[in-house]
Design a protein around this ligand. Structure first.
Ligand SMILES: Nc1ccn([C@@H]2O[C@H](COP(=O)(O)OP(=O)(O)OP(=O)(O)O)[C@@H](O)[C@H]2O)c(=O)n1
Ligand SMILES: C[C@](O)(CO)[C@H](O)COP(=O)(O)O
Length: 228
């Protein structure tokens, strides 16, 4: 059984908007609704778990899940302090017979069906898979005083996105270890690295942006205009 965990448990602080960023409308539709509708329309996906800040669960049910009739959404569960805690809550809420789980940011509304299906196939074959794009900029590593100490070889650098897709038991054991050993990570594949597991990178799309800061809304509207 394939489950999707869509994390929308953050507060959108960098967006600095009155309403939480997942409920901002782009092209007339909420960011979170755009994200969920892609997953809801994929036949291979059996259930969707949405993670939300506790105080927004009812709002999410009324204004997104029930309003758009997203039938595959089985639960809206509360998030945690960090993204990692929210993912953990989502994983624990998946059905017992889940064998593949897709973890995706609610704030990435332009994910495509094709990328999701490719990530499922790779996870079945390799256990853990992340969608990423080659870095276009040169990256510098700096010291605490902002002086450059290294320039990594760009040909081996990827900017990692979601979906990140896993065999369920592998990602749960990685999260359990992280919890026990207080390991923190900003994405889930890092936790697989921490248990010595292998992560396959597959090439995604530069359009699969994470809507984080106000200028991302300008890019998002432009993407929608070009999709029409
Ligand atoms: N405690 C958290 C933090 C983040 N997320 C989710 O993880 C995704 C990526 O996080 P980010 O873009 O950083 O969202 P926010 O944490 O909401 O943003 P900010 O850091 O600006 O507050 C988002 O869909 C967000 O809702 C989550 O479920 N729980
Ligand atoms: C998981 C992620 O989207 C991969 O790029 C990213 O690491 C989330 O980071 P954030 O700081 O929670 O936005």
């Amino acid at each position: 059984m394939i489950s999707a965990v869509i994390v929308a448990g953050g507060k959108g602080k960098r967006m600095g908007n009155d309403i939480n960023k997942q409920y901002i409308k782009i092209g007339g539709k909420e960011i979170l609704a755009r994200t969920i509708e892609t997953f809801n329309a994929i036949e291979d996906i059996d259930e969707i778990i949405v993670v939300s800040p506790e105080e927004e669960i009812q709002y999410c049910l009324d204004n997104i899940i029930n309003c758009y009739g997203f039938k595959k959404v089985k639960k809206v569960v509360k998030g945690g302090k960090e993204r990692q805690n929210s993912v953990y809550n989502g994983l624990k809420s998946c059905s017992d017979n889940t064998d593949i789980v897709i973890i995706h940011d609610g704030a990435r509304p332009f994910v495509s069906k094709e990328i999701i299906l490719r990530s499922i196939n790779e996870a079945r074959e390799n256990g853990a898979c992340a969608v990423a794009v080659p870095m276009k900029d040169t990256v510098k590593i700096v010291d605490e005083k902002q002086f450059v100490i290294d320039t990594p070889d760009r040909s081996r650098l990827y900017a990692v996105q979601t979906p990140q897709t896993f065999k369920y038991e592998i990602i749960v054991s990685a999260h359990n270890k992280a919890l026990n050993e207080r390991i923190e990570a900003t994405d889930d594949t890092k936790l697989i690295e921490c248990i010595g597991g292998k992560v396959k990178i597959i090439e995604g799309s530069y359009l699969n942006i994470k809507i984080t800061t106000p200028e991302d809304l300008i890019f998002a509207e432009a993407i929608i205009k070009n999709m029409k």
